[in-house]
Structure formats: structure tokens, C-alpha cells
Design a protein around this ligand. Structure first.
Ligand code: SAH
Length: 357
């Protein structure tokens, strides 16, 4: 009952500063109050209105009657034994789960966040889509994956990738709102130059994103360079085939001046031949885009396999054909690395809270 009442209140962490200003005006408060509250939420990250000590007690009580400050609970935390990679399984307020991964690179700590609970896209090699789609994440739930990981790890997060569970462009409005919130100077203040968004290729949404001129890096998950092969592993290709997708990528570059990068999960015997590399070179060779290769991660429900060796061999074919390609460093040995696997294995287990982090 208590939780239901909380959820009926306004999710204050999802409000932009302008929206908060409107809310404050309707409470008869001056404009600068909104900035004070916004800073408490996004800079000092208080978890209750009681902690907003420069506001009067009456206002704090008023705010807690009208708004809720959402939270995420870490219910599992896996730490790699070879590097500093940490994978969190979070429980949302409605008991759904999402995953977040924290990784250390030479340039700082990066976080990979989820944008939906489950996924509709049906990519054959991906664990996130096996049980289907449940719901979109709210902007606050995307922010909290970062705030909680930072609080728990004590590490300052300097870059964000939207490459966890879900298709970010299928949750366009909330993702855009999240991007505006995380980059707000009065909040976390992360430059969108340090944000990458990965999509399976929802063409109308790529076109829409091009008009926002956000300065982020757009990654497109390609995984095959001919329509039959791509449609077999990525159903989205039936709707937006390669010619349409690549035209949209070119348009994105023309509108934003930002080159798209391509993701390619190398799957043995499926997309790793020399002929496949030549097709890929013919498709994107002239664009100057970078191709990130990753050996496909084993997903227990699927038969696909990958290895560093085949990814490196494929990388050699691409480089010889003039494509700018690298095999991504594999982080997080020993933890369920493929996106969506931790959530899946947790949801298959009998429910207990005894393994709380
Ligand atoms: N829906 C978005 C973002 C989430 S998936 C997208 O499709 O881009 C993030 C990346 O991980 C995508 O490139 C996706 O194709 C890739 N991926 C998913 N499952 C994988 C697996 N088992 N092994 C390697 N890469 C995988």
C-alpha cells in the first residue's frame, strides 16, 4: 500500500529543471527553489526530502506529499577477478530487474546502462530479448543506475554507454529526457561527448535523433553486411534493410558532423568469413567509420559461439580491405558478461533476498 502511494506521486528525479520551476511556481515558491531542489537531487543526491536542509520544514513536508524520490536496490553485485569490472543487478520499485556494468578504462570509469526492462527487438544472439519486453525505463531509473553505482563503488563515472538491456531508440522520449538530465550543468553535468548510444537500427528514430544535435556518439549494431544474413539474426533488418539504414547513417553524419561507429559481434561460421569482411568493407569502407568487433558472448539458450581468435582474424580481413576496425578489449572475466544474462539467470532462480550486496 505504502509503495503504491509512493508511485502515485510525481517522480521528481525525472523532472527537468524547467519542469521543476513550474512545479515550484504552482506551489507559490520562487524560481530559485527549483534549482536548490535540483542540486539536492542531482549533485548531492539526497534520498529523502528531509535531507534538503536549506528548505523550510513546511516545504520539505509539502514536497514529500506531492513527489517521490525513486530508488534502485542493488540485489546482486558481481566483481570480476581480473579487472575492476562490476556488474550490478538492480531491483526497480515494481520489482522488475535491470543490469548495469561499471568498467575501468585508461581514460576513466565508464558505465553501461539499461534503457528498458527486456527488449522487443529479437536479435538472435542477445539474452535481453529472450523473455520479451516488459516496459520502458523512466529517466529517473536510468539516472539512478549511475548514481547508485557511483555511490556504491566510490568511483567517479566519466562516461556513459547506453548499451545495456533494451533498445534506447525504442524508448526515445525517456532516453532524450535522461540525456538532458545527465548533462544539465545544475545536475551531474556530464558532457554528451562522453555518452554513446547504441541502436539496432530504428531508422526513423536515427533520423529524429539527427535533428537534436546532441554531440553524443551514435553506434549502430550491424553484425552482418548483407540483408539475408542480417535479417536472419536481427529481425529489425526486415523493416529497415541495410540500404535504408546506411542512408540514415550518412544523413546523421551530414546533419551532426558526428561519424557513426558500428558494432559487429563476430559469430563463428555465421558472419566471420573473408567474404563477409569484403561485403562489410564495400558497405561502409568509404564512410571512414570505425568498426568495433567483439567476439559474440555465449548465451546459454543460443547456439552461437565466438572467440577472440576468430574476431582477430576477421579484423585482419577488414583492415586489409581498408576498414578502420579494432577488436574490443574484453572486460569482466568471470561475470555474466553478455547483456541480459544476469537478469535472466536471476529471474530463473527461486526468489530470496539473502544474497543482497
Ligand atoms: N539495443 C541496442 C543496445 C543494447 S545491446 C543495440 O542493439 O545496439 C548492446 C550491444 O551488445 C549491441 O551491439 C548488441 O548487438 C550487442 N550484443 C547483444 N548480445 C550480444 C552477445 N551475446 N555477444 C556480443 N554482443 C552482443
Amino acid at each position: 500500500m505504502e509503495i503504491k502511494q509512493e508511485c502515485e506521486k510525481i517522480d521528481i528525479l525525472s523532472l527537468s529543471l524547467a519542469e521543476l520551476e513550474q512545479e515550484m511556481a504552482s506551489l507559490g515558491e520562487p524560481k530559485f527553489r527549483a534549482k536548490q531542489v535540483f542540486e539536492w537531487l542531482h549533485q548531492r543526491r539526497v534520498e529523502s526530502f528531509a535531507g534538503m536542509t536549506n528548505l523550510s520544514i513546511q516545504l520539505r513536508t509539502r514536497l514529500s506529499d506531492l513527489f517521490c524520490i525513486k530508488s534502485l536496490f542493488i540485489i546482486k553485485k558481481l566483481e570480476s577477478y581480473t579487472d575492476n569490472t562490476v556488474k550490478y543487478l538492480y531491483e526497480l520499485s515494481d520489482t522488475d530487474h535491470v543490469e548495469t556494468v561499471l568498467m575501468d578504462y585508461h581514460h576513466g570509469t565508464s558505465i553501461c546502462i539499461s534503457t528498458q526492462v527486456g527488449c522487443k527487438m529479437g536479435c538472435q544472439f542477445c539474452a535481453s530479448t529472450i523473455a520479451g519486453y516488459k516496459r520502458n525505463l523512466e529517466p529517473s531509473e536510468m539516472l539512478l543506475q549511475i548514481y547508485q553505482a557511483q555511490r556504491d563503488s566510490g568511483r567517479k563515472i566519466s562516461s556513459v554507454v547506453l548499451m545495456g538491456i533494451g533498445e534506447p531508440l525504442d524508448n526515445y522520449d525517456n532516453v532524450l529526457k535522461f540525456l538532458r538530465l545527465i548533462s544539465a550543468p545544475e545536475g551531474y553535468g556530464l558532457s554528451l561527448r562522453h555518452v554513446s548510444l547504441s541502436t539496432c537500427g530504428l531508422v526513423p528514430m536515427i533520423d529524429k535523433l539527427a535533428e537534436e544535435k546532441l554531440g553524443l556518439t551514435l553506434s549502430v549494431s550491424l553484425h552482418a553486411a548483407d540483408d539475408a544474413a542480417r535479417s536472419a539474426i536481427m529481425p529489425v533488418n526486415l523493416k529497415y534493410p541495410l540500404a535504408t539504414l546506411l542512408a540514415s547513417c550518412t544523413h546523421y553524419f551530414q546533419r551532426t558532423g558526428r561519424r557513426i561507429s558500428f558494432e559487429y559481434a563476430v559469430i563463428e561460421g555465421v558472419n566471420d568469413s573473408q567474404a563477409a569482411a569484403r561485403q562489410l568493407a564495400a558497405l561502409i569502407g568509404k564512410s571512414g567509420s570505425h568498426v568495433n568487433l567483439i567476439p559474440v558472448n555465449k548465451v546459454k539458450e543460443r547456439k552461437f559461439s565466438g572467440s577472440r581468435k576468430s574476431a582477430e582474424r576477421f579484423c585482419g580481413y577488414l583492415t586489409a580491405a581498408g576498414v578502420n576496425a579494432t577488436v574490443r578489449r574484453t572486460l569482466g572475466a568471470g561475470i555474466d558478461a553478455a547483456c541480459g544474462q544476469l537478469r535472466r539467470s536471476h529471474e530463473a532462480e527461486p526468489k530470496t533476498k539473502s544474497e543482497n550486496a
